[in-house]
Ligand binder design. Sequence first.
Ligand code: BTN
Length: 253
Amino acid sequence: MMRWPAEAIWEQVAPLLPGFTVEVLPELDSTNTELMRRARAGRTEPVLLVAERQTAGRGRLGRAWATGTGDALTFSLGLPLAPADWSGLSLAVGVTVAEALHTGIGLKWPNDLWVDGRKLAGILCETAGNGAADAGRYLVVGIGINLLPRAAEGLSTPPACLQELLPGLDAGAVLGRLARPLVEALQAFERFGFAPFQARFDARDVLRERLVTLSDGTRGTALGVSGAGALLVHTGAGLQAVTSAEVSVRPAA
Ligand code: BTN
């Protein structure tokens, strides 16, 4: 097993999140799948779950997220959350991860982390009912970050890796930088929604003013995000607010 700063992370996060635990496993199908399984079985405690290797990592839109041992950091944070409005949540997570790591990281709506037109990291947010009577749900935020160079084969976007920006930072150090900011951001989101994140997203928005193609073939110019985290696209038919997580957007050639 690698060395992980589990205790230091616990000390930083537990005061914000009573009952919090850190768990590192050598192998799992997927950290998101595991926390969703636990939530459905009634286990909705706050936890940071790291897998040194995932055998069935999942991405957005039903895609696979395949990584080898040691070449990526793969983890999920699970916690009960009860925001009045969930819109923009995954964008807020992207903003937080980018800010905690490096100024040179851009965001491609809704929540990919990009470096020079290549994908550095992906985020998959899922929720399960938490069995409680209130409106809250159990949120699972899954994050995969390329640490070392990997083959571009089979990927829709060529990969970037963190080593390019922060040489010498290992998986544990990266996790140590992210854990507390992530929890703080989710708690801010729960109270204030996407509003505190909108300008910060804008500052890193790689699609802004660029020609984009939506997965239904519509083309237009991306004009930033709305207060609810929708991508605003100026198309031939007027301004369109793209909210659906099912839409994929690419910069037009
Ligand atoms: C995407 O870019 O489509 C999202 C990728 C999310 C990958 C992470 S790795 C940790 C967690 N477990 C998974 O199975 N997926 C997320």
